[in-house]
Write a protein that binds this ligand. Structure first.
Ligand code: HEC
Length: 222
């Protein structure tokens, strides 16, 4: 029996000696009973290698390889070439929504209002605006469930009824899309000028549809 306890004690001492107490840290390298792939055959950067005929460890790119990510585009989007991409810099109605100090209404000569424009507008509206204003434009988009308050219901009279004293003309909406307002961010760097007009055409179509479908403007939600 004595030997039994002594052997047990010796084994326990050995295990603790080798493995250490649970949770203790050691600056030494861990004991590797099985090789954990820490040490592998490899070539370090800038070293030579017998393996290749030319004796270099690093390989050159294959002939004809075109480097990517080293040159800037010829017309950086944010500088002089800005308007080449359709984001607009002019001072005319098409580019600003204004005639001098006043918001214009209607569509500028550069824009042809047809079915294609409205379709394009729907596509862009669903991408950029519906998340907040809702697909119907009633201000009940997904974000309204997550604390974005006072999202404009575009069917309210000040947006949809030209006889309303507060009526937002096309030019005013153009300006809102370009520069944002309140909690709404600016979309002037995301949506090109022509697409902003397409979105406005679609918003007008949504407003008309809401009136004819229900017989009255959609109910206010804010
Ligand atoms: C991040 C959410 C969000 C997105 C996306 C968004 N809006 Fe808005 N929008 C708002 C909020 C909030 C208001 C109310 C702003 C205020 O008056 O404080 C608003 C207001 C407006 C108004 C009324 C501005 C006025 O004259 O009072 C218009 C028009 C409008 N948005 C159009 C759009 C269009 C078109 C798009 C897509 C290009 C868009 N919004 C994208 C949140 C958003």
């Amino acid at each position: 029996m004595r030997w039994y306890f002594l052997t047990l004690f010796a084994i326990a001492a050995m295990v603790v000696g080798l493995a250490g107490f649970r949770g203790t840290r050691s600056p030494n390298r861990p004991l590797e009973f099985l090789n954990d792939m820490d040490n592998q055959a490899k070539i370090k950067p800038q070293t030579s290698s017998e393996f290749f005929v030319d004796g270099m460890g690093a390989r050159k790119p294959v002939d004809g390889t075109i480097p990517m990510g080293y040159t800037l585009p010829e017309i950086p989007a944010q500088s002089g070439g800005y308007q080449e991409f359709g984001f607009g810099q002019g001072k005319d109605y098409f580019n600003t929504g204004r005639f001098g100090d006043y918001w214009g209404d209607g569509f500028p000569a550069e824009v042809t209002v047809d079915e294609g424009l409205v379709r394009r507008g729907k596509e862009r509206f669903d991408i950029y605006c519906a998340i907040c204003h809702g697909e119907a434009g009633d201000g009940k988009g997904v974000t309204s469930n997550f604390g974005v308050n006072n999202i404009a219901n575009l069917h309210l009279p000040q947006f949809a009824d030209p006889s309303n004293a507060q009526y937002r003309t096309n030019g005013s909406i153009f300006n809102t899309i370009t520069h944002g307002q309140g909690l709404m961010g600016a979309y002037g760097t995301n949506v090109v000028v022509h697409d902003r007009w397409a979105i406005i055409a679609y918003v007008r179509a949504l407003q008309k549809e809401a009136v004819t479908d229900a017989g009255a403007p959609a109910p206010a939600n804010n």
